[in-house]
Design a protein around this ligand. Structure first.
Ligand code: PEP
Length: 252
């Protein structure tokens, strides 16, 4: 059975005390409302990570980073390595978020190197893919997502690939309030699972957790999660509000 997961991406929000307060509230919630077989991941800014990782002790709850460097260590001013993330106690890292691809020019090749480095250090990778609006409108969205996965993720051997989660995030839905319809999400998730099957086989495809991200909130989560190939969500804005975030998890 593949894992059902909701991951929150706090992006560059919340000062340290605010982040700790939110993580504490979420941890308390899932201490009294067990997640059972589900998982919840809080992907925080780097400065929160050490404290948040240590305070999360509800079963099924873990912390993650939103990025890592592709090098092991050295003269890379301002950067944070996968080993450093791991040393905070965090277990996960987002790689290839569309904001990193577009604002920081992260290429498929760089993302492949980051993915490899993260796995080498024992982190689980949440690998993001997704097309921009113009690509969807011109009908090349499957091709774009296929290329992102081929170049950034499918270079992995099967054993390593199995430590990854895929997040499909149509860029036109991120932070816009426009959500992919349940049918659009299911269609792309099925396409992605078929690609995984071609590359790694049927068993691996069935085991791969594929999250949907893009303006997912408590009011639309249930219909998105009801799709057979949607295994949870990667949540931006709505992960900053405890009630909203916990209700999204409830919808799963
Ligand atoms: C995201 O940035 O990963 C995301 C899904 O953002 P939002 O939920 O705000 O659209």
């Amino acid at each position: 059975m593949r894992k059902k997961i909701v991951a929150g991406n706090w992006k560059m929000n919340l000062e340290l005390n605010e982040g700790i307060a939110l993580a504490t509230e979420i941890n308390q919630h899932f201490s009294t409302t067990p997640l059972n077989a589900k998982e919840v991941i809080l992907c925080t800014p780097f400065i929160h990570l050490s404290m948040v990782s240590k305070l999360l002790d509800a079963p099924g709850l873990s912390a993650g980073a939103q990025n890592c460097n592709d090098h092991r260590s050295g003269a890379y001013t301002g950067e944070v390595s996968a080993a450093m993330i791991k040393s905070t106690g965090a277990a996960n890292v987002i790689i290839g978020h569309s904001e990193r691809r577009s604002y920081y020019g992260e290429s498929d090749e760089l993302l492949a190197a980051k993915t490899t480095e993260a796995l080498h250090n024992g982190l689980r990778v949440i690998f993001c893919c997704g097309e921009v609006l113009a690509e969807r409108e011109s009908g090349i969205h499957f091709e774009v997502v296929g290329r992102q996965l081929e170049k950034g993720l499918f270079m992995l051997a099967e054993g390593e690939f199995k430590k990854c989660i895929i997040a499909y995030e149509p860029v036109w839905a991120i932070g816009t309030g426009v959500t992919a319809s349940p049918a659009q999400a299911q269609e792309m998730h099925r396409f992605i699972r078929d690609l995984v099957e071609k590359r790694y086989g049927k068993a691996a495809a069935e085991e791969t957790t594929i999250l949907y991200g893009g303006s997912c909130k408590a009011s639309n989560a249930a219909e998105l999660f009801a799709n057979p190939d949607v295994d949870g969500g990667l949540i931006g804005g709505a992960s900053l509000v405890k009630e909203e975030f916990c209700n999204i998890v409830k919808a799963l």
